[in-house]
Design a protein around this ligand. Structure first.
Ligand SMILES: *C/C=C(C)/C=C/C=C(C)/C=C/C1=C(C)CCCC1(C)C
Length: 177
């Protein structure tokens, strides 16, 4: 992504989404694995994977095929947000939250709650970046140019990937003891 940006000056949108299409479903796998002992099903796993993939495919269409219009940006941004809200709901109130609450392990309960916070706060940084593209709301309202798209995405990736990893690592170490 860095080399692409250095060579072209453009946002490395395709590489960004190739990264996400691998790593975001893997984060959904974490939710499944952590709640599996408490009874999580493969159906739950697939619902999370499909919702997050939907979120990313819609976001990619919004960015890669943008004509610079606000209507294109908003339409695909809203469609993407539907997938995001599904994952968010599942982590906070839906199956994942319920299974974690029923888990006998306090570490799992706290850990899944911490991951749910990442989905609520950390993941919400991405739409801010998205809205900086040409035609996006923040671009229109505050003149935040499309250069800021990658600024927000990079900050969000650092927070979410490192944060998620540390929470899961901590759960694994504590449970092993
Ligand atoms: C490691 C990468 C992660 C956790 C990426 C997460 C990406 C999102 C939560 C993206 C969400 C978007 C919306 C909710 C609407 C606008 C389009 C997206 C794809 C930026």
């Amino acid at each position: 992504m860095r080399d692409y940006f250095m060579a072209t000056g453009d946002n490395p949108t395709a590489y960004r989404y190739i990264d996400w299409i691998l790593t975001v479903p893997l984060m959904c796998v974490e939710f499944y694995l952590l709640t599996r002992l408490a009874g999580a099903t493969k159906t739950l796993l697939w619902k999370l994977i499909i919702a997050s993939t939907w979120m990313l495919v819609a976001g990619y269409i919004g960015e890669a095929f943008s004509d610079g219009s606000t209507s294109h940006s908003v339409t695909w941004g809203v469609l993407s947000t539907v997938g995001y809200l599904y994952v968010l709901y599942t982590a906070w109130f839906g199956e994942v939250a319920q299974l974690a609450a029923n888990s006998k392990s306090e570490v799992i309960q706290k850990g899944v709650k911490a991951l749910a916070w990442f989905v609520l706060v950390g993941w919400a940084i991405y739409p801010i970046g998205y809205m900086c593209m040409d035609g996006g709301w923040l671009n229109n309202a505050f003149g935040w140019t499309s250069q800021n798209v990658d600024l927000f995405y990079n900050i969000a990736d650092a927070i979410n990937k490192i944060g998620f990893g540390l929470v899961v690592y901590n759960i694994a170490v504590t449970e092993s003891k």
